[in-house]
Design a protein around this ligand. Structure first.
Ligand code: GAP
Length: 466
């Protein structure tokens, strides 16, 4: 292993962050604040940290895994469960190596990189500012850059025990390939007819030259894909349809709606499989960056897999009997980028609202994504009746949603702790509860409180957190 794979700060990142820390009316949140919150509160940890870590690979902690599951669940619900002509699969990470020859990844899935002869920093050639490319100068120290060299991003692995019988293959470089491999099986086993789509959420692996910006560019990450199979004459119509729908989907899950836009790919940046592509981009402290790609894959994938496997993957229209290779609209986004963008979008540091008042950090996450939906808090922990009642309510609520019981520190501190992780509601058991069975329900965003009978709390919360 070379030093390059261990945790290393990308100098370009530091530069970008300084340049874009504050524009418009709400300042962008520095990535460092999210990294620190994630570690401190158990959302994300560096992978194998006790051994010094591996750059571009992360683990998700107790709150992170809840947030991830909520994100995945909402995508699956809106793409698979609510569309009659879409089904889901879960394919394997390792496939036959010929898959990656057919897909074009072995030959074409490359990044060009350059090194600075002076400071020895390494850059992706296509990420260099134009000025530095023209002058062949390092963007950090001004030193001379080497000629660009090509690196394949596929991660190799081996199947089999014995020398001679071992087969070299790859961890999948894009999750979507399983969908093309299973396309024919799905067609035959699910009574689908074109136009129809197949969805999948799954891990992908890339030997990124410059991983960095926390979860933004990793070596192991998770993608969600829709591959939508159409008749060639309907390609434009479905491409436009999915482009708009996916844009609206992202818009519906963020607070800063003005930070979302489309960007068309220029001819020189199109992936080898795409004839046309648009990125849905989100603006953060890192500038405008891709969140999801909408790709016009045409017949590239099914034609190539037909040629390489010898299996005819053409489709016969049941009514017209026309035979053709279906064209594909792909919408491919990142679970990890969604995770990061939602945190960047939701994070706010509020100053104290008056004299003697404390400020707070609050994650204004949509309640359906919040890792903890409700915190149940006895006003004092040394009053047994308060504690017993709070635990009873917590036990009732945890069967319906993620509920946390907390009796450590004063009530203000406990509210702040929940605000920081985005818990939309706190329920407090106080002395009035013991008299009339009512509790206070505090709203994270407005900090306003209402009193409800304990029996009404589950329905009240369920209506607001689902
Ligand atoms: N099948 C098409 C495909 O893989 P892509 O634009 O390379 O297209 C799709 O990737 C999405 O996957 C991106 O929009 C991004 O959200 C996510 N993604 C790609 N590379 C990533 C990385 N190194 N780390 C985290 N997410 C990544």
């Amino acid at each position: 292993m070379t030093g390059a794979i261990f945790l290393r700060r990308n100098p370009l990142i530091a530069q970008t962050q300084e340049q874009t820390v504050s524009t418009g009316d709400t300042p962008f949140v520095p990535i460092e604040k999210i990294v620190s919150l994630c570690k401190r509160r158990g959302f994300v940890y560096p992978n194998s940290e006790i051994y010094g870590g591996v750059s571009g690979i992360y683990d998700f902690g107790p709150l992170g895994v809840e947030l991830r599951n909520n994100i995945r669940r909402f995508w699956w619900w809106s793409m698979v469960q609510t569309n009659d002509n879409i089904v889901g699969i879960e394919g394997s990470i390792i496939t036959h190596p010929r898959v990656w020859e057919a897909s074009g990844h072995v030959e074409n899935f490359v990044d060009r990189l350059v090194d600075c002869k002076n400071c020895k920093r390494r850059f992706r050639y296509d990420h260099l500012p134009e000025e530095n490319v023209r002058q062949n100068k390092c963007p950090v120290c001004g030193g001379e850059l080497t000629e660009p060299r090509k690196f394949n991003l596929m991660m190799e692995t081996y199947i089999g025990m014995l020398e001679g019988e071992r087969m070299k293959t790859y961890l999948r470089g894009e999750a979507s390939q399983n969908i093309y491999l299973d396309y024919d099986n799905v067609l035959k086993s699910s009574r689908m007819a074109i136009p129809f789509g197949i969805c999948q959420i799954g891990k992908a692996f890339r030997n990124e030259v410059t991983p960095g910006n926390f979860l933004f560019r990793q070596r192991e990450f998770e993608q969600w894909d829709l591959q939508f199979f159409v008749h060639p004459s309907q390609m434009q119509q479905w491409f436009d349809y999915w482009k708009e729908r996916r844009f609206e989907w992202y818009k519906s899950i963020i607070n800063h709606k003005d930070r979302l836009r489309f960007r068309a790919h220029g001819p020189d940046e199109l992936a080898h499989y795409a004839k046309q592509a648009f990125d849905i981009e989100y603006q953060t402290v890192l500038g405008w960056q891709e969140w999801e790609g909408i790709h016009w894959r045409q017949d590239w994938d099914l034609s190539r897999h037909s040629d390489y496997s010898g299996q005819d993957l053409s489709y016969t229209d049941p009514e017209t009997k026309e035979r053709y290779i279906p064209w594909i609209v792909e919408t491919s986004g990142g679970v990890d980028r969604t995770f990061l963008n939602l945190l960047l979008d939701a994070y706010e540091e509020e100053p104290p609202s008056g004299k003697g008042k404390e400020g707070r950090t609050v994650l204004r996450l949509n309640p359906m994504f919040a890792p903890v939906k409700v915190a149940v808090l006895p006003l004092q922990k040394n009053k047994e009746e308060l504690v017993t009642t709070a635990k009873e309510l917590h036990n009732k609520l945890r069967r319906l949603m993620v509920s946390q019981y907390d009796d450590v520190a004063n009530i203000g501190r406990r509210y702040r702790r929940q605000d920081e992780i985005g818990t939309p509601f706190c329920v407090t058991i106080d002395f009035t509860t013991l008299a009339d069975q009512t509790v206070t329900v505090r709203d994270r965003d407005s900090m306003s409180q209402i009193r409800l009978h304990m029996n009404e709390v589950p329905a009240y919360l369920l209506e607001r957190v689902r």
